[in-house]
Design a protein around this ligand. Structure first.
Ligand code: ATP
Ligand code: MG
Length: 403
């Protein structure tokens, strides 16, 4: 195999100098998790960059694919690492150039030297390596401005690194460095995307899902579990809390006029999420709300629903168009699962004409007629918590000693 290392660049992460070690360690453990169950590599990190050492049998392309999806990874490059010996460097450069040996292709050598003790100046090194490539590889010509390919050479303190590919990473910050949030996860298209969006900024999520058996099916529950598995693929295990919501929904329909049941249902969900978020020490609630999408997501509705909590609510999809959300859902792989047609607790109880501009005092007035607090406490006590890891984990993989 040509490449012996994968170079992983941190990007934005390097800006956070104060917490650098925490960030690097978190990224390292996230990368290890993302690479399970692949074999033949070792993740090595220092303050500036990370390398994944590759054994000859490693599946480089699969490792690149998975590593580049991890938040906090800016870009990755498969590299050849050699001693800082000019003959070894020449050989590696030719080796790389052979990959692009097609008639008409142009290239240039781009050298960087952070080890100033290295006996060749950058410009000289570029000349020497360019010549060597031209002599040994048949179809290539040099082009300094906008070549088809660049052969990059970095002379660092420990060794020389050569590469020609730079694969863009997911960007963002490593999950686990930004505190905890509680994601309200339905079985729909939006909320899993909302979860991934906040994870991109480094926060961890626990997910809360409201279900109303027997009105909602076992399949609907499995669907939410599957969505959580997909979200956990590159971000680490996720706790999923399932709230029994049947009694509350039935009661709402008894005491609240039909056109306000949607508002009241959302308020009860949010009340539970709020209390539970405090219990698990989450600092914000995340949902998939999108301004104007449906009756419960007008400004008026949000105002009446939001009134039950003082916890920050993050709505990363607030201003997106639906087709933008769909593109994202397809990219993260949740779309196909989300569109499975199992009834959600809200769809089943949907009123015919929900108020798009509900009056807060009216909703409060009807809710006060019943002791919802007791039902809310019962629902919280009845929460079933599952710890979800990515799919491979079901073959009894134990992550704990790897992280
Ligand atoms: P989604 O596709 O995420 O279901 P949606 O466009 O269908 O969103 P709604 O059903 O109005 O919108 O829900 C708005 C938000 O409320 C959801 O994105 C989700 O965060 C939360 N939510 C809705 N239903 C549930 C549920 N059963 N359990 C947990 N959260 C829910
Ligand atoms: Mg929904």
């Amino acid at each position: 195999m040509k490449y012996d290392h994968l170079l992983v660049r941190y990007g934005e992460l390097t800006l956070k100098t104060g917490n650098r070690n925490t960030f690097v360690n978190q990224l390292k453990s996230n990368l290890k998790y993302a690479l399970i169950p692949l074999e033949g590599y070792k993740v090595l990190a220092n303050r500036d960059r990370m390398y994944i050492e590759l054994e000859p049998h490693a599946d480089v392309e699969e490792i690149i694919k998975r590593a580049s999806k991890v938040f906090g990874v800016h870009s990755v490059s498969p590299v050849i690492k050699v001693d800082k010996d000019i003959e070894a460097i020449k050989k590696a450069a030719v080796n790389l150039a052979q990959d692009i040996d097609v008639a008409g292709n142009t290239f240039k050598v781009d050298a960087k030297r952070s080890d100033k003790g290295f006996p060749y100046e950058t410009f000289d090194l570029q000349q020497i390596l360019g010549k060597e490539i031209l002599m040994n590889v048949e179809h290539l010509t040099v082009k300094v401005k906008q070549p088809d390919y660049k052969i990059m050479v970095e002379i660092r303190r420990d060794a020389a690194y050569l590469y020609s590919r730079v694969i863009e990473g997911a960007g963002g910050l490593p999950v686990g460095t930004g505190g905890k949030t509680l994601l309200m996860l339905s079985g729909g298209i939006d909320s899993p995307v909302a979860g991934i969006e906040v994870m991109k900024r480094g926060v961890t999520i626990e997910a809360i899902h409201f279900h109303s058996p027997p009105f909602t099916s076992e399949e609907a529950k499995q669907k939410v579990i599957q969505l959580t598995e997909i979200m956990a693929e590159t971000t680490g295990e996720i706790k999923l809390h399932l709230v029994p919501f049947t009694e509350i929904q039935k009661t709402i329909h008894k005491v609240v006029p039909e056109n306000l049941t949607m508002t009241s249902t959302r308020r009860m969900m949010l009340k539970i999420a709020d209390r539970f978020a405090h219990q698990i020490e989450a600092k914000a609630i995340v949902n998939g709300e999108n301004l104007g999408q449906v009756a419960s997501q007008t400004l008026g509705s949000m105002y009446a629903i939001n009134a039950v909590t003082t916890m920050p609510i993050l709505r990363p999809l607030l201003t997106y168009d639906k087709d933008e959300i769909v593109i994202k859902a397809k990219a993260i792989g949740t779309f196909e699962t989300s569109i499975q047609p199992f009834e959600d607790c809200c769809t089943i109880f949907t009123p015919k004409n929900p108020k798009t501009n509900p009056r807060l005092d009216r909703v409060e007035h009807f809710e006060e007629k019943f002791d919802f607090d007791t039902l809310i406490n019962e629902a919280i006590e009845g929460i079933e918590t599952l710890t979800i890891t990515k799919h491979q984990s079901q073959n009894n993989q134990d992550f704990s000693d790897l992280l």
